[in-house]
Structure formats: structure tokens, C-alpha cells
Ligand binder design. Structure first.
Ligand code: SF4
Length: 332
């Protein structure tokens, strides 16, 4: 999906900068991030913990706690409308109804003292013009569709009385009940066992195909998101370092960081084998290198990489790489 088609994109994040103001300085968690999601597309954002993936997601929904940080620059366009110009009330209407989000820890996202059914009914009534009994009926239908066994019993329980997998299905139902056009799933399967992880991903994939909604799938695990995404955006230290169709990222990753992620991601061929890890640790986010941020860990680093940060080089309509090794591509 060429980036130039962005004006018609469902979501366009353009040169986003989200900074946190700490007592000892500024932390540039997101520092010039761009991405797009087309209608009906599944885009994965991958990167190690601390790369800025979740802050990007929270920024899209304008959920960065004000006392901690703020979006200092960039544009967030949803269906061509600038989310930065929306009032708090307008954003509340967009959240859940047009853009829904599911989080890593359903126990933290659900209200622990309210029955699961009541949480579903409340959300249904918030986003759809339904009565309480219609909300319950809608919730039961949705839970059945999400392969939840015995939904009539489950809706009478509270979050601590059911498993993490069931709670994550409830979170998914809460997200889907408003029929959003974009679902953001932030590490939605990370806390689950591998079998439940696959089930939740398959559910997201199935619902996506049935409804045509777009999905922004955020994960540290390239192997997990590759199963369902059309395109992958790789993030490192607050920036996009590569963007390409998923098949290309898996078979022919370009950026040295993406190559490292790919080699350390388990798949069928590597099952049971010891996988190589990316050498070194990410730099201190409050003391970033002046040149390429990956240079201290990169096996191909040159003098130039240490001196100056590379721009995005466009290799073709679908592929962007932020690395001096690809200077022959056209800078964007
Ligand atoms: Fe490595 Fe240089 Fe490319 Fe950065 S710009 S990833 S240091 S080769």
C-alpha cells in the first residue's frame, strides 16, 4: 500500500511526536512516527518493549495522561478529519464507536466489581440505541459469535471469576459492540498462554474478515502478528524504521533491526532451536544517539550512521526503510 495514497486512508499518523516531561528531562517516546491504515486492512506495529508502539496507540485515541506527557507535533487524521482538533466530547464519541481498543491486561481494563454482563450492556447502550434487555441480547449473541461457551452463565460473573482468555474475549466483545471501523489491539494476546493467544488472534482475524473493519495490531512478537497482518510497520526508539508487506518482512527484511527481530522470532522451522537475539540493549531514551538510533547495536554501522540519522528511503511503492544501507532508494 503506497504511502502516497494516505489522504484516502482510514487512519493517517503523520510525523507524530509524543513526549513525556519528567523531573530529569524530556522523554521522546514517539519521535517522528508515521503510519497509515487503509479501510479493511490489518497493519501490525512491531518492536521491542519501549519502542513507542503503545504510546503511538494511546496518542491516536488522545489518551496520553495530561500530567505525564502530550503530543507536541504531528497530525492524526481519521477518515480525513484531524483528531487533534476534536473536543474531548467529540473524542469520547469516537472512542469505542469508531475506534475501539483492547489492551494487554483485561483484568486492569475491566471493572473488577461489576458483572461482565452489566459492563457489556452499559457499553452497548452507550454506543447503540438499545434498551437494557436488547443490550443483553446483543451481548449474548456477540459472545456466542466469539465462541464463548455458556455465555448466559459468564455474563453473571465478575472478571476475577473467569480466566484471562475469557476476559480477553469479553474485552473483544466490548470493543466490537459499537461496530468500530478501526480496532486497535495493543499486545492483546501477550498475557495469554500460547493456545489462547492463537484463538484470540484467529477470532480477531475472523471478525475482521466478516465486518471489514481495519485493525492496528501492536505487538513485540513479529511471529504472532505475521499470522494475520497484511503489512508490518517496525518501530525502534520512537520511530518507524521499516514498513513493508508482511510476506516481504518475513522473507526479505531490509533494516538490520528488522532482520534481528525476524531471526529471533520462532516459527515452525526453528521450533525447539535456540534463536539468536539482537545484540546489546536499546539506548537511554533520554540520551539518544545523534545519528542512527540503532547504530550502537548494528553489525553494519558505519561512520556516517554515527554522525547523522538516515531519512526514510522508499524502495518501491510498498517498502520504506530508514537506513543508510538503502541510500539508492529515494528519500521521502
Ligand atoms: Fe545500521 Fe547504519 Fe542502517 Fe543504522 S543506518 S541500521 S547503523 S547500517
Amino acid at each position: 500500500m503506497p504511502e502516497g495514497r494516505g489522504d484516502g486512508a482510514l487512519l493517517k499518523v503523520d510525523n507524530l511526536h509524543t513526549h513525556f516531561f519528567l523531573p530529569n528531562g524530556v522523554l521522546k517516546a514517539v519521535d517522528g512516527m508515521s503510519l497509515e491504515v487503509e479501510r479493511g486492512e490489518v497493519v501490525a506495529v512491531v518492536g521491542e518493549s519501549g519502542s513507542g508502539k503503545s504510546v503511538t496507540a494511546l496518542s491516536i485515541l488522545r489518551l496520553i495522561p495530561r500530567h505525564q506527557g502530550r503530543i507536541v507535533d504531528g497530525r492524526l487524521l481519521f477518515k480525513g478529519h484531524d483528531l487533534m482538533k476534536k473536543s474531548n466530547r467529540e473524542m469520547q464519541e469516537i472512542r469505542g464507536k469508531q475506534i475501539a481498543m483492547i489492551f494487554q491486561n483485561p483484568y486492569a481494563a475491566l471493572n473488577p466489581v461489576i458483572r461482565l454482563g452489566d459492563q457489556l450492556i452499559e457499553t452497548a447502550r452507550k454506543h447503540r440505541a438499545v434498551t437494557k434487555s436488547e443490550g443483553l441480547e446483543l451481548s449474548l449473541e456477540l459472545l456466542t459469535h466469539l465462541d464463548l461457551e455458556d455465555p448466559e452463565r459468564i455474563v453473571r460473573l465478575r472478571p476475577f471469576q473467569v480466566s484471562g482468555g475469557i476476559n480477553q474475549r469479553i474485552m473483544l466483545a466490548l470493543a466490537l459492540i459499537g461496530e468500530p471501523q478501526l480496532l486497535i489491539a495493543d499486545e492483546a494476546t501477550t498475557m495469554l498462554d500460547s493456545l489462547t493467544q492463537v484463538e484470540i488472534l484467529e477470532l480477531i482475524d475472523r471478525v475482521q474478515r466478516e465486518t471489514g473493519m481495519a485493525v492496528l495490531l501492536i505487538s513485540h512478537d513479529l511471529g504472532v502478528v505475521a499470522q494475520v497482518s497484511d503489512r508490518v510497520v517496525v518501530m525502534y526508539m520512537g520511530q518507524r524504521v521499516e514498513q513493508a508487506p508482511t510476506g516481504e518482512i518475513l522473507t526479505s527484511p531490509k533494516h538490520p533491526y528488522t532482520i534481528g527481530l525476524r531471526e529471533s522470532a520462532p516459527d515452525l522451522e526453528t521450533k525447539g532451536k535456540r534463536l539468536p537475539q539482537i545484540q546489546g540493549s536499546p539506548p537511554d531514551p533520554q540520551n539518544l544517539p545523534q545519528g542512527c538510533r540503532f547504530a550502537p547495536r548494528c553489525p553494519h554501522a558505519m561512520e556516517r550512521c554515527i554522525q547523522s540519522s538516515p531519512p526514510d528511503f522508499r524502495l518501491d511503492d510498498n517498502t520504506l526503510v530508514k537506513c543508510w544501507l538503502f541510500e539508492t532508494g529515494s528519500p521521502t
